[in-house]
Design a protein around this ligand. Sequence first.
Ligand code: NAD
Length: 520
Amino acid sequence: MEGSVSEGFGWLQRDREVAQRDLGRAYGFAKREAAKVSDVPRLSQRIGGKEVAPASGTYLDNVNPANGNVLCKVPRGDTRDVDAAVEAATAAQIAWANTPLTERCRVLRRTAELIERDLDRLARLESEDTGKPIRLARTLDIPRAARNFRFYADFLAARTEPTFRRDGWKHLTARGPVGVVGLVTPWNLPLYLLTWKVAPALGLGNAVVAKPSELTPRTADALADLLAEAGLPAGVYNTVHGLGPEAGEPLVRHPGVRAVSFTGGTATGAKVAQAASSGPSPKKLSLELGGKNAALVFADCDLDAAVAGVVRGGFTNGGQICLCTSRVLVEKSLLPTFLPRLEAAVRALKVGDPGDEATDVGALNSLAHRGKVEGYLELARKEANILCGGERPSLSGELADGAFLTPVIVTDVKQQSRLVQEEVFGPLITVQTFADEDEAIRLANGVRYGLTSTVWTKDATKAQRVAARLDTGMVWINCWLVRDLATAFGGVKDSGVGREGGEWSVDFYSEAKTVTMKED
Ligand code: NAD
């Protein structure tokens, strides 16, 4: 299993590189693109408050996966850019750490307001970069980015540190930043996931070097302007762009970076962990990795809510959220009622133009990624049954060659199938049945991942009993994607190491110092 997952990701990376090198061929837009490329804006890196071109002098293409248009040129950063960014961050960090907490929280709060002011612009950037529906970007991604900043502003301002008194001694807890933190983030929820890290890191007095996904770089760049407008001093937030092995790995490895928070695939996470521990000094590491999350649907569930929840959990963002429920486990007696309802709801999803407010499922993140999902369809044809979906929809105009795929339900699939075991990360769910609670739990836990699970039943006692036995970092009962940012977020097994959120982020992005003195 290990090998096949790594192979999957290796193939994707190679394909991306081919796509980057030969955009016209990969997208079938050779003539149109040739005319457009010269007009395409160049993104800069943000280093020490300045817009900086990559040391390599070379750029990658940021392609809109819905229509193949080149949105911008992405700096192809490397070790030299990372060195400059870490140097700038180091120079700016101490003064920022010495800035009163109230001022740091004011900057976070103001950034939240500016993100809300620029909601439409940011949502458009995100939708174009990723292929996701504009409606989703406007209602999920960008509001959550603002909420990340506002939450940590309030949370950090309200916190107090414990004091311990014993035997005539007083032990105070003081808290300071870690220093310079390196943040590496994926393409599926670009600003949402980046700000989940940036907000607590800055609030706690760290300086940041961010390496956003090369496929979706524009909102990380836009954030630099908003932070500066909010009053963040130059050099406290820096960005380096480019490919993972060329820009991400040197950042993670850099001895000046004291903590690394990474969100992305499990195979990449393993490389990040290796690179982060390869230097002479140990560093803090948080890994938010892949998922293969199960929805457990019991016969005594609220059927309407369960069907709606499974569709939402399976196909929001085209199934490209680590928290998506890609495995649906249904109690056998309910299947004849549940499956036709599920199929009808999935067939009703509107696939197409991400710019259309009515669209439910936009484009996948790239043609290469759609190719990966289609590879799993081939497998499903051989060893399972495709109940619906898996076609390239016929769309007109520029969208005709976009990375679209209709949502897929796979049935008659075995637990050991790669369709069940591997993270597809696209609009594809599998349906299996279980006879009883024990079997449901055995199937749910029978994968290498352990990020989330969802339990659908009206029996609250059963739901909590099942939740206690599920090997995942989070369990949702009769709901999906309900998040309180104070709670622990993270996975077990191959879904990650560590937790972020609330106090867990405070722990990660700061160091507690014990100060001991005699009681007065
Ligand atoms: P990815 O692992 O390919 O890339 C993530 C980031 O890592 C990108 O910025 C990339 O450039 C960088 N990178 C690649 N190789 C690197 C290396 N050797 N060293 C350092 N950095 C490197 O992931 P992706 O395809 O962008 O995103 C999809 C994956 O992310 C899925 O597996 C999904 O489950 C996971 N994800 C997890 C969470 C979570 O919170 N658990 C959230 C969102 C996405």
